[in-house]
Write a protein that binds this ligand. Structure first.
Ligand SMILES: *[C@@H]1O[C@H](CO)[C@@H](O)[C@H](O)[C@H]1NC(C)=O
Ligand SMILES: *[C@@H]1O[C@H](CO)[C@@H](O)[C@H](O)[C@H]1NC(C)=O
Ligand SMILES: *[C@@H]1O[C@H](CO)[C@@H](O)[C@H](O)[C@H]1NC(C)=O
Ligand SMILES: *[C@@H]1O[C@H](CO)[C@@H](O)[C@H](O)[C@H]1NC(C)=O
Ligand SMILES: *[C@@H]1O[C@H](CO)[C@@H](O)[C@H](O)[C@H]1NC(C)=O
Ligand SMILES: *[C@@H]1O[C@H](CO)[C@@H](O)[C@H](O)[C@H]1NC(C)=O
Ligand SMILES: *[C@@H]1O[C@H](CO)[C@@H](O)[C@H](O)[C@H]1NC(C)=O
Ligand SMILES: *[C@@H]1O[C@H](CO)[C@@H](O)[C@H](O)[C@H]1NC(C)=O
Length: 403
């Protein structure tokens, strides 16, 4: 055999090995049972899950969870990983009973290209922890553990899974970009405390689509630093609606910008679409926000901007320096469970401006007249206005602009 022929055979062999390893890594499945997990609802599976995760993360592949109920204590799945990793839940993953005040129950951290999917459920065992929530009467309290926390993820997908009865928030997405949440179901009772469905903070390019969220607090809350987020075809209720905020509590808070909420329904929610800010003395903004094609079914406060929020206590001292501007409400219709269907309670130091109400048709659920109320808000009106546009008290600075 000639040297050149030997050389080309060697090159071919290298290519084949490379090719095979790629094929293998793409199809690698790591069943947690092979790492010692037992789906009996009693065995602590933390080490088994970490072992399966390590293998999938090293080579790329799928962590597979099938059949049964897997008890899992506080756990962190960390990257970076080599290649795509899929976390396939076709079983129930269950938190331990009782109080827990950690930063997370399950955390995925620092991963590029993660998929969390399957027809299974993350069960936070909230009922055993909710009696320990004291956040309603304490100015500073230690929140109960959120269930699923995604931190520093990129190009990732969460789909089809269910989240049930978290102790604290159901899902948080933080310091991440290009995340899609598709076809998920989030469930907790209407009276469960602080069980926000999905909370975002310091994220960019987020899509939340085709999902059903019924919970005890905001269905979706977009916190500080949320930018370029689309929320499409989400059904919310029970819950506190889809909210931006609260913003302006912490000096580190970043602006919220580029929000589009469309084709969503709010059923028997405490609020519909809401923006809430604290009495910050530093400047910050909420801008470029559109709520369109929203249907309200007995929502209290269907449309509300609340700049006197202060954690829902409404005892703010001083006005909010969060500038709310360029906010559109387009084709918002249905029924209001309270008399005031449109409520702009804006800041006296930084009045809201470029607020557009376009084709609004909200009637009172009991047949009474729905009304609107504005304070320190510059609003423009297009198309149908039911309730009628509001009379308002303008801050002195705005009066001057009108003169
Ligand atoms: C969940 O998915 C698994 C795997 O695809 C399937 O075997 C199982 O029947 C599904 N269960 C339900 C309730 O759809
Ligand atoms: C949505 O998720 C559910 C529950 O996992 C699943 O049964 C259904 O097939 C999914 N729908 C789509 C369109 O993928
Ligand atoms: C996310 O991935 C894109 C494309 O791979 C890359 O350009 C970007 O820097 C990544 N961002 C982070 C925060 O890792
Ligand atoms: C949100 O939707 C708009 C079109 O309405 C699109 O231009 C934008 O890219 C979408 N953002 C994301 C994060 O997908
Ligand atoms: C939203 O609903 C409107 C009116 O029903 C419909 O024309 C439009 O295609 C829907 N858009 C999306 C993104 O679902
Ligand atoms: C506006 O906010 C103030 C301060 O919290 C509150 O007293 C008032 O009732 C609010 N107005 C409306 C119409 O909600
Ligand atoms: C905001 O209002 C609260 C009362 O709820 C007060 O304790 C706090 O000092 C105020 N913050 C600022 C910056 O004025
Ligand atoms: C407003 O909604 C009511 C009740 O759904 C409906 O009867 C009415 O035609 C709507 N008005 C407009 C102008 O769309």
């Amino acid at each position: 055999m000639g040297l050149s022929s030997l050389f080309s055979k060697a090159v071919l062999l290298v290519f084949m090995v490379e090719f095979m390893s790629q094929v293998c890594s793409q199809s690698s499945v790591f069943d947690v049972k092979d790492s010692g997990a037992v789906g009996d609802g009693k065995t602590d599976n933390t080490n088994a899950f970490l072992d399966a995760w390590k293998k999938a993360c090293q080579s790329g592949g799928t962590v597979m969870i099938v059949g049964g109920t897997y008890l899992l204590k506080t756990i962190q799945f960390s990257g970076p990983c080599n290649g795509q990793v899929s976390f396939m839940v076709n079983a129930v993953i269950q938190a331990p009973q009782g109080q827990s005040n950690e930063h997370y129950w399950i955390n995925f951290n620092n991963i590029n290209g993660l998929t969390i999917q399957g027809n299974g459920t993350f069960d936070g065992q909230g009922p055993s922890a909710w009696p320990f929530n004291d956040c309603h009467n304490a100015a500073s309290c230690s929140p109960l553990s959120p269930s699923l926390v995604l931190t520093k993820l990129n190009q990732s997908l969460v789909q089809n899974v269910k989240l049930l009865n978290s102790k604290g928030f159901q899902m948080k997405i933080e310091e991440s970009e290009k995340i899609t949440v598709n076809n998920i179901t989030i469930t907790a009772p209407a009276d469960s405390p602080n069980t926000d469905g999905i909370h975002t903070g310091n994220v960019n390019y987020i899509n939340i689509v085709d999902s059903n969220i019924g919970t005890g607090d905001d269905c979706i809350s977009m916190g500080a630093g949320t930018t370029n987020i689309n929320i499409t075809r989400v059904n919310c209720g029970p819950g506190h609606g889809i909210s931006i905020g609260s913003i302006g509590k912490y000096l580190t808070d970043q602006n919220v910008e580029g929000v589009k909420v469309q084709n969503c329904t709010m059923s028997s929610t405490q609020n519909g679409v809401r923006i809430k800010t604290w009495n910050s003395t530093f400047s910050l903004s909420v801008a470029d926000v559109t709520f369109q094609d929203i249907v309200m079914d007995k929502a209290q406060n269907p449309i509300i901007i609340d700049q006197q929020y202060c954690g829902g206590r409404h005892d703010c001292i001083g006005s909010s320096h969060v500038q709310v501007k360029d906010i559109k409400f387009i084709r918002v219709s249905g029924t209001s469970a309270s008399e005031i269907a449109v409520n702009f309670n804006c800041s006296s130091s930084n009045p809201c401006y470029d607020i557009e109400l376009n084709d609004i048709n909200l009637s009172s659920e009991n047949g009474g007249k729905a009304t609107s109320w504005c304070s320190n808000a510059r609003v423009s009106y297009i198309g149908t206005q039911n309730p009628a546009s509001c009379q308002q008290a303008l801050a002195p600075a705005m009066m001057l602009e009108y003169m």
